[in-house]
Design a protein around this ligand. Structure first.
Ligand code: NAP
Length: 243
């Protein structure tokens, strides 16, 4: 049986206090990696092996803070192998009602956060001549979504970031990929009116919502050597919601 073994590797996951990020964090720990969780708020992670787990409260939209976080990771664990830029928010409004604050907040967190952490982590990974950068985009960055010009633009931007970074970093054996989830049951989608949740499920060809584990499994694949010849790629995990 093939098993993902990330023993000795060090990972950073942003937005790891809940939802998809929290499950990515658990999966990476289960696979043997040491993991640093970044979030605005602390999650309850007392049960984790504290030798392989560190929580840092930080805002991903802060460029200098991302550099400080990576420096702390290097001080504590000596290396950085896997970076998962997962933190994201949505502030839905149709274009003609979109406030400049809602536009800027989503761009700064969803796209800016991925840029800040990719930039900081790539410096460390270049020194090692190895690494995996993984961003959580969205199918709405591929297809555009009504009411989400800000979010769709940010998530499309993440895909551009991934493809350009893959070209720049390939010679250092750093692979850069994205996962594009469809409708996944998390605190983020709990806030959606039931009508829209049902519409999203109806859009899938599998006629079901995804779970955070579905996304975490794709991340684990991209973080492992099972994907050693894959870079600059976007993997949709959406039950066929956008075909
Ligand atoms: P979630 O349940 O809202 O969790 C996101 C986490 O990120 C929260 O703990 C949040 O903290 C944190 N966060 C927000 N802004 C941050 C910042 N500036 N700095 C640090 N942490 C921050 O969301 P999710 O559903 O797990 O989504 C995870 C990722 O998947 C996001 O990028 C999202 O866009 C993407 N995605 C989700 C779906 C879906 O259907 N769920 C679909 C496609 C893509 P607060 O709660 O304090 O804000």
């Amino acid at each position: 049986m093939i098993q993902v073994d990330l023993t000795g590797q060090v990972a950073v996951v942003t937005g790891a206090a809940q939802g998809i990020g929290e499950v990515i964090l658990s999966r990476l720990l289960e696979a043997g990696a040491s993991v640093v969780a970044i979030d605005l708020k602390a999650g309850d992670k007392c049960g984790f092996d504290q030798n392989r787990y560190l929580f840092i409260q930080s805002d991903v939209s802060d460029f200098d803070a991302a550099k400080e976080v990576v420096n702390r990771v290097l001080e504590r664990f000596g290396r950085l192998d896997i970076l998962v830029a997962n933190a994201g928010i949505n502030r839905d409004q149709v274009l003609w009602k979109m406030t400049k604050e809602n536009w800027a907040d989503v761009i700064n967190v969803d796209l800016g956060g991925a840029f800040n952490y990719f930039a900081a982590a790539s410096s460390a990974m270049k020194q090692q001549n190895s690494g995996k950068l993984i961003a959580i985009s969205s199918i709405n960055g591929l297809r555009g979504k009504f009411g989400q010009t800000n979010y769709s633009a940010a998530k499309a931007g993440v895909i551009g970031l991934v493809k350009a970074a893959a070209k720049e970093l390939g010679k250092y054996s750093i692979r850069v990929n994205a996962v594009a989830p469809g409708f996944i049951l998390t605190e983020m989608t709990d806030k959606m009116p039931e009508k829209y949740r049902n519409m999203a499920i109806e859009e899938t060809v599998l006629k079901k919502a995804g779970k955070p584990e579905d996304i975490a499994n794709a991340v684990l694949f991209l973080a492992s050597d099972l994907s050693s010849h894959i870079t600059g790629e976007v993997i949709k995990v959406d039950g066929g919601q956008y075909i």
